[in-house]
Design a protein around this ligand. Structure first.
Ligand code: TA6
Length: 290
């Protein structure tokens, strides 16, 4: 664990030389570099690395509420809390602690005032060659059932948003956050970007490809237990309105979240939900539709 700008972080390494950095603050991945030391995740140059502000970039964890789909603050409070190292990650298999870390956030008295349920939120972050895996788990440690919505907000670094295509969401229904969450159906071919987009795609397949032609790189997002996917780019007007995002930085980011939003996840007392997402970054040889 090493401590720069006052926020303790864990650095994961693996034999081919890629690295990842995870903060205890927010349980947030803030960097994932490939073996050529290229940063694969977007981090705003104006991100505010100071609690209680959420850091704009990497992979914020939105829990127990996504967006303002509920009564809590935007995106819940897990991303604004300091998590701890989880010394009892069972029943997940033990891992070598060089390329994997287990974090935990337990509800506090403070939290219970805001969201009167007691929970244990765990996150395993594992790094392997060309792949970053996140396994979120939520255990209901309360005496009564509760439900939650959740998202892993993957800020991906792209060369030029107008050169990016997303495959895997064609023909799906989505909520459009820009039009009072009205429901639409996606067209039949890949999504491209020429303006602000803020959508929650529903019941998506487990594989979504984000193809960045210029950087000759494709991200493949595979997910289980999180049926929905958020696609967000603020574009120019919103980017200027966000104090923690550079005015031009919408051009080099795309957020594609693994999420459970439309159908909140319901847990009985002492039941545990587990999700999984894998992001892999593959080179130019990847042709779409594979
Ligand atoms: O759908 C994603 C979204 O809710 C957008 O509406 C936008 O608000 C974005 O998240 C950023 O939210 P944040 O609280 O991180 O500034």
């Amino acid at each position: 664990v090493h401590d720069s700008d006052g926020l303790p972080r864990i650095i994961l390494t693996e034999p081919t030389g890629s690295t990842a950095e995870v903060l205890l603050y927010g349980g947030q991945v803030v960097s994932w570099k490939n073996e050529r030391r290229e940063e694969l995740l977007f981090m705003s140059s104006k991100a505010i690395w100071k609690p209680p502000k959420a850091i704009r970039g990497g992979i914020p964890v939105c829990f127990p509420q996504f967006g303002n789909f509920g009564s809590l603050e935007q995106h819940g409070f897990a991303r604004n809390r300091v998590w701890s190292l989880d010394n009892d990650p069972s029943p997940l298999s033990p891992t070598d602690n060089q390329s994997s870390v287990d974090l935990i956030l337990k509800s506090t008295e403070e939290d219970i005032k805001m969201w009167p349920r007691s929970f244990e939120l765990r996150l395993r972050v594992s790094l392997s060659a060309g792949k970053l895996t996140l396994i979120p788990r939520v255990r209901n440690t309360d005496g009564k059932p509760f439900s939650f919505t959740l998202a892993l907000s993957n800020y991906l670094s792209v060369s030029d948003i107008s050169e990016v295509r997303v495959e895997g969401l064609e023909t799906l229904d989505y909520f459009d956050n820009l039009i009072h969450r009205e429901r639409f159906t996606e067209q039949a071919d890949a999504i491209t970007f020429d303006g602000e987009i803020d959508r929650v795609y529903l019941s998506t397949p487990n594989k979504i490809a984000i193809i960045d032609h210029e950087k000759k790189r494709t991200f493949v997002l595979r997910k289980d237990g999180m049926p929905d996917a958020v696609v967000w780019n603020p574009w120019d007007k919103k980017a200027k309105a966000l104090p923690d995002l550079g005015d031009e930085e919408y051009k080099t980011m795309l957020r594609v979240d693994s999420a459970a939003i439309e159908t909140p996840i319901a847990l009985k007392p002492f039941e545990e939900w587990r999700g999984r997402q894998e992001i892999s970054a593959v080179s130019s040889s990847y042709c779409s539709g594979q």
